[in-house]
Design a protein around this ligand. Structure first.
Ligand SMILES: Nc1nc2c(ncn2[C@@H]2O[C@H](COP(=O)(O)OP(=O)(O)OP(=O)(O)O)[C@@H](O)[C@H]2O)c(=O)[nH]1
Ligand SMILES: [Mg+2]
Length: 228
């Protein structure tokens, strides 16, 4: 007989899948491409968005910010005059360390989906839990900071295995670190063979155009159609 705890976990994930499918239906109806942007705390998700969003020409962008507490990141995005919705997991959702499909759904009424082409969901900073919950996204992108260590794909495989793109950030710091980029890429390839990656610095702007092009391709291009 299956262990009861495992069955509860399966039930939670089944319920999440149902709501994620409802989100997906709403996104499709409105013609919105959705990116689930994940990373450990402080890898640079918000800084990257501040850098890239002004240049995603032609795409009308909205952002859904997930944080345990505060509107700090949402305020940073709002300063770009980008429509933003905020989910704080602390007051209503028990301080969860991730966004699930129902949390995303609860915030969709704060965005006019018909008026946007691309919705970027900045998940709560965490390298484990966000990867367990689909929210109805088209693509998963994760930001990995070179300050985190080469072994992280091996230690946190689900996050690295389930993403479509790894943005390797803070490369401006490489001269000051003993980070072995080749070893990191080898570890990444072991858990997610052939996954796309790009080297960027949200601080200097290096590689930011590559990320912007990827967002545009997923929103308008061949990439999305290939998956449908
Ligand atoms: N040197 C350097 N610092 C960076 C870079 N990108 C982000 N930072 C810094 O890293 C810190 C965290 O950046 P955030 O963008 O807030 O990170 P985050 O992933 O959004 O953090 P949470 O939302 O709390 O998980 C800030 O001090 C940024 O200025 C980069 O490319 N190079
Ligand atoms: Mg952030």
């Amino acid at each position: 007989m299956p262990h009861p705890v495992v069955r509860v976990q399966e039930g939670v994930l089944d319920a999440n899948e149902t709501i994620a499918a409802a989100n997906r239906t709403d996104f499709d109806r409105a013609g919105v491409t959705v990116i689930n942007l994940m990373s450990s705390p402080g890898a640079g998700k918000t800084t990257l968005l501040e850098r890239v969003l002004p240049g995603v020409g032609g795409a009308r962008v909205g952002v859904l910010e997930g944080d345990v507490r505060t509107a700090l990141d949402a305020d940073r995005i709002a300063a770009l005059h980008v429509p933003v919705a905020l989910v704080n997991t602390d007051p209503g959702f028990g301080g969860e360390c991730h966004l699930d499909a129902s949390m995303v759904r609860s915030a969709l009424h704060d965005l006019y989906l018909e008026d946007i082409d691309l919705l970027v969901i900045e998940n709560v900073g965490n390298l484990v839990c966000p990867a367990e919950f689909r929210v109805g996204e088209d693509r998963r992108a994760m930001v990995f900071s070179v300050t985190e260590g080469e072994e992280k794909p091996l230690k946190y495989p689900l996050m690295f295995r389930t993403c479509d793109l790894v943005v390797v950030n803070k490369v401006d710091l490489l001269p000051h670190l003993d980070f072995d980029l080749d070893l990191f890429l080898e570890n990444l390839d072991n858990v997610n063979p052939g996954v796309q990656h790009m080297l960027v610095s949200a601080r200097t702007g290096a590689g930011i155009d590559d990320f912007g092009d990827w967002l545009k391709d997923v929103t308008f291009g061949r990439d999305r159609k290939a998956q449908l």
